[in-house]
Design a protein around this ligand. Structure first.
Ligand SMILES: Nc1ncnc2c1ncn2[C@@H]1O[C@H](COP(=O)(O)OP(=O)(O)OP(=O)(O)O)[C@@H](O)[C@H]1O
Length: 295
């Protein structure tokens, strides 16, 4: 197998007395999408900032595109795009002008910059808004432009910190399509998200962060399989979920679980049984993040 696009061993970071990363280990194969999931404050942005050389680690080793993030910072910077951070969007310009400007700043000739701008406007579905000022853009359009700007000069590794936070469902799905196309073009994508569905839809590998460590690592299917067979869902009269209970799905286990809760829930509670979702995995894993995942 070719060398991983990202390789992290024993990464630690503290801010004052707060240990944010307590020994993170991970590998991201080239040409895949890796999603880092975790609750607020889990350290996801800190990890992305370290891997993109914006923050120095205290301990540990990390290589991005084969280059060391501490001893070869410039080499790493040349190999990565980081959406939303390096992208200096001028609100008073059109997306076309922004893209051309970024192209010129990146060393393209005027003709090359125009050609690349046209290509990216098409790829990110911005042709119709190409001549509107960015300040009039919706959140979804703005996010697509941020992504396009960071790709003016294509790099092998792309970091996306919560790429779809705050977007509506349609804009989110449109962005997912675009991210999947980037993988088809051979790019390695490392993204952080709080949306389990996003990780489920996009990622080849999902890592769940909790307590400063990776507490689970695998495909969406593997993570769902970890918490066993089925989930019992209890709903109130308004059809709202009031409890979920993991179960093996066997009759004895279900009888035992329902026996335990029957007296504590309203009489008109209804039950349903379904396969576990990534949400169930996430809640189960981040509730008690003591162990590190086996890598
Ligand atoms: N520069 C800093 N100085 C001090 N503390 C920091 C700094 N950066 C992050 N932290 C702290 O480190 C912890 C992890 O923050 P981080 O932003 O990495 O989490 P996150 O998983 O990205 O969360 P969110 O989803 O809310 O963005 C938080 O408690 C935060 O307050």
């Amino acid at each position: 197998m070719s060398q991983p696009a990202i390789e992290v061993t024993g990464l630690q970071k503290r801010f004052g007395s707060q240990a944010v990363l307590k020994g993170v280990n991970l590998k991201v194969p080239a040409g895949t999408i890796f999603a880092l999931l975790g609750p607020n404050g889990a350290g996801k942005t800190t990890l992305i900032n370290i891997l993109s050389t914006l923050t120095a680690p205290d301990e540990g080793v990390a290589k991005v595109a084969g280059r060391d993030i501490v001893s070869d910072k410039n080499g790493v910077k040349k190999s990565i795009s980081l959406t939303g951070q390096f992208a200096a969007v001028d609100e008073m310009l059109t997306p076309e002008e922004n893209l051309r400007m970024m192209g010129r700043l990146s060393g393209l000739t005027a003709a090359e910059a125009s050609a690349r701008a046209r290509e990216l406007l098409r790829q990110f579905d911005l042709v119709e808004s190409a001549r509107k000022k960015v300040k009039t853009f919706s959140g979804g359009m703005r996010r697509r432009l941020d992504l396009a700007i960071s790709l003016v000069v294509p790099k092998p590794v792309l970091f996306l910190d919560e790429p779809t936070t705050g977007l509506d469902t349609i804009s989110r799905r449109a962005l997912w399509e675009m991210i999947l196309k980037l993988r088809e073009q051979g790019m390695t994508i490392f993204l952080t998200t709080q949306y389990l569905e996003e990780a489920d839809q996009l990622a080849d590998t999902i890592a769940v962060m909790g307590g400063g460590r990776i507490v689970a690592l695998g495909t969406a299917q593997e993570l769902k399989a970890r918490i066993g067979g089925e989930v019992i869902e209890l709903r109130n009269a308004a059809d709202e979920v009031i409890r979920t209970l993991p179960t093996s799905g066997g009759i004895q286990d279900i009888r035992h679980l329902l026996g335990e809760v029957a007296l504590t829930v309203p009489q008109d509670t209804k039950i349903g049984i379904r396969k576990p979702s990534l949400d169930d995995v996430f809640l189960a894993l981040t509730a008690n993040p003591k162990e590190e995942a086996t890598l």
